[in-house]
Design a protein around this ligand. Structure first.
Ligand SMILES: NC(=O)c1ccc[n+]([C@@H]2O[C@H](COP(=O)([O-])OP(=O)(O)OC[C@H]3O[C@@H](n4cnc5c(N)ncnc54)[C@H](O)[C@@H]3O)[C@@H](O)[C@H]2O)c1
Length: 270
């Protein structure tokens, strides 16, 4: 069901790899709500070709950009503004990558070269995106920027490894840049802390199956799905949330404030 919440709005969506991606689900929901979109992902991801299916469905151009490359980002914003014939109203940063997790290096034996790359792709990329928009004055007044994060930024989830530090930095960048962009142009910047979700990035974490089931049993409402996360993104891009900024917003069925549930206690008694 559409409420036309994003009628007339224009947005850039980073990170739709395949139909499970949170960015993919969000692009579909934004389109349904009347937004015009530009889709972006790393050139290597575009080579998979999947994104073209999404592009056709939501009638959006695809512009490749490695988020660690300032020239790519500048070109992306230039092309987007030409396509939209004006500024950008919202941006979804749905990007994450841990080189150490990928290479099987545990938290106590991090490779610092990989670690720098992880932080650049997963965290400082939000700064790079906001800085590019800032320098080009690309975001419209009352624009909205959302990045996706995970509760491992606040609490220890051992197998999440260096991504916990990456998410803590991402949330900090969101607050810090949110301050400056709020003052300059009433642009809001927030992070959504999402339940574990079966996607390519999510499933890369060791023990993911056990963890997703644990989170399901530890959340009074159960885990939030990718489509439900997409709806929350739509709400944050809409004019109904204009005064929400510099927040880390939990979208996790109550997981973050639950100590224990009967379901988990019963399991422990077995
Ligand atoms: N899946 C979960 O359990 C979960 C939970 C909370 C938060 N998140 C976060 O949600 C976001 C989206 O992940 P997802 O779960 O949809 O997985 P996904 O694998 O579908 O998306 C990750 C995206 O990051 C992109 N990416 C990686 N390196 C890049 C680069 N250098 N330049 C541009 N793009 C690059 C990938 O191509 C991919 O599209 C991530 O920030 C992730 O950490 C996921």
């Amino acid at each position: 069901m559409s409420y036309n919440l994003l009628k007339g709005k224009k947005g850039i969506i980073f990170g739709a790899l395949d139909e499970k991606s949170i960015a993919w689900r969000t692009a579909l929901h934004c389109h349904e709500e009347g937004a015009q979109l530009v889709l972006s992902n790393a050139p290597v991801a575009l080579r998979m070709g999947e994104i073209n299916k999404l592009a056709e469905t939501v009638n959006a151009p695809v512009v490749g950009a490695d988020v660690t490359n300032m020239d790519d980002l500048k070109k992306l914003f230039e092309q987007s503004m030409t396509h939209f014939n004006g500024g950008v109203d919202f941006v979804l940063h749905s990007i994450g990558m841990s080189l150490n997790v990928r290479k099987g290096k545990s938290y106590t034996e991090l490779d610092y070269g990989f670690n720098q790359k992880t932080l650049d792709i997963s965290s400082m990329s939000l700064h790079r995106v906001l800085r590019t928009a800032w320098d080009m004055d690309a975001l419209n007044e009352w624009g909205s920027v959302v990045a996706l994060t995970f509760i491992a930024a606040q609490r220890v989830f051992p197998d999440y490894s260096e991504m916990a530090d990456a998410k803590a930095l991402l949330e900090s960048v969101s607050r810090s840049f949110g301050y400056h962009y709020g003052i300059r142009k009433k642009v809001r910047v927030n992070t959504i802390s999402q339940s574990p979700t079966r996607t390519t990035a999510g499933s890369g974490v060791k023990g993911f199956d056990g963890f997703i089931s644990y989170a399901e049993h530890m959340s009074p409402l159960g885990n939030a799905s990718g489509d439900q996360c997409a709806n929350y993104c739509v709400a944050l891009f809409s004019d109904l949330t204009r005064m929400v900024t510099m927040q880390n917003l939990f979208h996790d069925g109550g997981f973050s404030t639950t100590g224990v549930t009967e379901a988990v206690v019963k399991q422990m008694e077995k």
